[in-house]
Design a protein around this ligand. Structure first.
Ligand SMILES: Nc1nc2c(ncn2[C@@H]2O[C@H](COP(=O)(O)OP(=O)(O)OP(=O)(O)O)[C@@H](O)[C@H]2O)c(=O)[nH]1
Ligand SMILES: [Mg+2]
Length: 201
């Protein structure tokens, strides 16, 4: 997070993290399509020839004012392929909030588990313990034949205490609810910090 007092902007970083192919980029594409162009920047993606995320995807959103400042949310995704482990970690650095996009297909259960644990490990490496920043979970691909129910996944993955959302990102379902959830979490979190967001300078 950083505040630009000159332009009165509160810049916040939200990272969409999760196993390979869980729908992280699809979330950003849907947000890009659904949000008023006045309030968002362009979606920046660098993809491999197979349409996979190479470094990260990026989208900037502007929200209504809080305490005289305009919050700007910078949305990032991580690349899911094993090969890009280092960038996956690096993108998490400085995150003010995380959306964990799980793949609800039963066949991907272990991948979700591995990604979830790795993410906790990385956050701790950056000095962020599990309750240091808000994390919300999205159980995506609820439309697939072998989709597990969100409640079951949450319990088996031990995601206690995290707000969670069901989604079928490819149809845009649950995408904005998830975004609202993390945005609310991050703004509440920032207001609880010692940052003087309500004092004018
Ligand atoms: N059935 C179904 N497919 C989905 C859904 N969301 C995304 N997909 C598909 O899953 C594949 C991967 O989606 P991406 O959004 O590229 O996933 P990603 O997590 O960004 O993948 P990496 O960046 O490679 O880790 C694409 O073929 C999407 O169309 C969904 O809700 N249901
Ligand atoms: Mg991607």
């Amino acid at each position: 997070m950083y505040i630009n007092w000159r332009s009165r902007e509160l810049n916040l970083k939200v990272v969409y993290y999760g196993p390979a192919m869980s729908g992280k980029t699809t979330n950003l594409e849907q947000i890009h399509q659904r949000v008023d162009p006045q309030r968002r920047g362009e979606l920046v993606s660098v993809k491999t020839h197979e349409d996979r995320t190479l470094y990260f995807d990026f989208l900037q959103l502007e929200l209504g004012k809080i305490g005289g400042l305009t919050p700007k949310i910078h949305l990032y995704t991580v690349p899911g392929q094993t090969y890009y482990e280092a960038s996956r970690k690096l993108v998490l650095k400085g995150a003010d909030g995380v959306v964990f996009v799980a793949d609800s297909s039963q066949r991907r259960f272990v991948d979700n588990q591995l990604a979830w644990h790795k993410m906790q490990e990385y956050l701790v490496d950056f000095g962020l313990n599990s309750d240091a920043i808000p994390i919300v979970v999205q159980f995506n691909k609820q439309d697939v034949m072998d989709a597990m129910p969100p409640q079951t996944m949450k319990m088996l993955l031990r995601m206690d205490g995290c707000p969670f959302y069901s989604a079928t990102a490819i149809k845009g379902e649950g995408v904005l609810d998830t975004l609202k959830g993390i945005t609310r979490g991050v703004l509440q979190f920032v207001q609880r910090q010692a940052v003087p967001v309500t004092t004018a300078r």
